[in-house]
Write a protein that binds this ligand. Sequence first.
Ligand code: ASP
Length: 330
Amino acid sequence: MAPRVEIIALGGTIACAPQGAGGGVAPGLTAAELTAAVPALADVAAVGARNLANVPSTEIDLPLLLRLAQAIRTHETEGVAGVVVTQGTDTIEESAFVLDVLHGGAIPVVVTGAMRNPSLPGADGPANLLAAVTCAAAPSCRDLGAFVAFDDMLHAGAWVQKRNTSTTGAFWSPAPLGWMAEGVPALYARPARRAALEVPAGAAVPFVPILKPGLSDPPHLVQAALDAGAAGLVLDLAGGGHVHSSWLDVLTGAARRIPVVFCSRTRGGRVLSCTYGQVGGEIDLMARGLTGSGDLDALKARLLLVLLLMAGQPDRFAAMTDLSLPLRAA
Ligand code: ASP
């Protein structure tokens, strides 16, 4: 019997249709239409398809992703082999990360989309959908958490980043899980998995802004964020996690009230913890009560902090930012 794969569509370029002369394209194609356009799906799985939304990806919010995670849990208990999520690419790096944090099951959760809409020559949606469904049906892709299948590359949800506005190979991760080799997922790495975070369905989404200081940028927005009720702050800082000295007093005060996390705007490598003793360096920031984001970039650190605040467990943040594999005993 063919493995069962559920496609849950949220919209995005993969589902876009022309809006008439000069009107550009907008999401509109349904999950059933996306599936019908790729007859080869029937060769790899018995596919079910439905929409949970049909929106540009910037309209996707955390309550929708919590409902999606619940739907995935239900499908796993029903015996589904895997779930594919199609959505706009602009926020895939956030959705895939959230789904990875919330998904404690073994089934593959594969997120995909398209950079070229279906009306363009060389539209990539059909190939991406076929690769995603193939991965979702593959026993070899179990226990990988949520990951992105795109342009024949497989990127862990914990790591994936969108790095280009328009090329079909827009997604990147420092160590891809693998790639599609003649239609089959070939795996070369595994992500470190952790217990799923349980977030109460009705929990309010707290205000946690990301601030990214540039040269000669005064720290006014820190106080503005506090005045606006921020429950946490995420700073996207230079280099290993460094900020101008004029920010230190207000950040020290903020960190006494709410979690304040610092990340690296390089979007690569782990934030530093014990290298620079200079003013505004990571050692200074940590002594002032700020927390480094470990392996997480600012978007992902923000989402982790938001989800932990929703779960009432913000103190777990630091322990969840190391994405490296546990060392094997000699
Ligand atoms: N450019 C986007 C996409 O690739 C639009 C969106 O994210 O909704 O789907």
